[in-house]
Design a protein around this ligand. Sequence first.
Ligand SMILES: Cc1cc2nc3c(=O)[nH]c(=O)nc-3n(C[C@H](O)[C@H](O)[C@H](O)COP(=O)(O)O)c2cc1C
Length: 365
Amino acid sequence: MISTALFERLVAAASRAPSADNMQAWAFTPVGDGVEVRLEPSRVLPTDVNQMFAWVGLGAAVENLVIAASKEGIAATVDYPPALALQAAATTSLDAAVTVRLTHGGREDPLAAWIESRETNRARYDESPLEAATLDELSHATGEREAGVHWVSGAAGLDLMARMDARSTYIRLEHRPLHDELFDILRFSRRELEQKRFGLEFEGIGVPYALVRFARLLRYPSVMKLVSRLGIGRAVARHLAAKLQAAGAVCLVTARIAGPVGYVEAGRAMERLWLEATARGLAVQPHGVLPQYLTKLDVEPDGFTPHFAEVMRRHREPFAALFPCLPDERPAIVLRVGRAGSRPARHTVRLPLEQVIRVSEAAQR
Ligand SMILES: Cc1cc2nc3c(=O)[nH]c(=O)nc-3n(C[C@H](O)[C@H](O)[C@H](O)COP(=O)(O)O)c2cc1C
């Protein structure tokens, strides 16, 4: 049986993983000589199509757990329940668990040293392209996962990615259900953030802090309508996306198999690549909206207004031209990678361990 102290150390490392909008939609249960990792439904965003982002985040947490175990002299293997592997994502039971089995032995993974300092860096990066050898090494760091890593570098490709990202971000700002959800999880004040300890810190997303009072007002439809008419939403979206143009390189991480297991594998690959980038002093920022909305267009096109569905439809062809691996692979997450002159002022918050640990009823008896 895994000791409580070891279990908590592994959960603490797993919880340092990135998650979309810092929702930390995961829960950990000790079972025999292992740990079960499941989604926490209350923190899965309702608009997250097929729960793809929640599974990607869970995959990153699983990978951190595996790597942290190696530091304790423990070898870990990851088992996917057949139900998760086979199920079409839309019908997934949110309660299915990924099991990390732990046995003594194995070598320490050098990436363990970087779990604590990995972070999302939303600064503008240096425009100089990353060398092809560096990109190969970052891809190589993902190991034997059922995931693909496909790089875009060069001005034309980055410019196209930035334009598609800007239009997708604009939809998130302007389409009512997506906009309302964003405002539910944005934490405008430090106090609110400390109370909830999950959700997106406004201060960290790259909009000048002086705009916080104004941004709060955007929650109200009448203000949003006015802002929309003035073209401010488009300008903000362009401002956020423009950083993609100045990246050292951008990659698309894909799931090579359908359903949740594919996204978990993509999340594990993303985390390994990100830790390797951190070890090399490189900065990383995920750009999630484009893969998310292209998937939404396929799975639930009614999730958009006809106008926004058309905007996304126009991205299909150029996106597929940049990434010929599609449609055999499924887009999971876009990462901007490069050299940054500055780092975030502090670490993003996490939930206390007791809120992500779920002890089974049998174990409590
Ligand atoms: C699936 C996924 C999608 C994400 N999408 C975005 C994004 O579109 N823009 C962004 O700035 N950060 C994005 N992030 C980064 C998260 O906001 C970040 O991981 C979280 O706030 C925790 O912060 P940290 O990575 O610094 O620990 C994403 C992360 C994941 C795992």
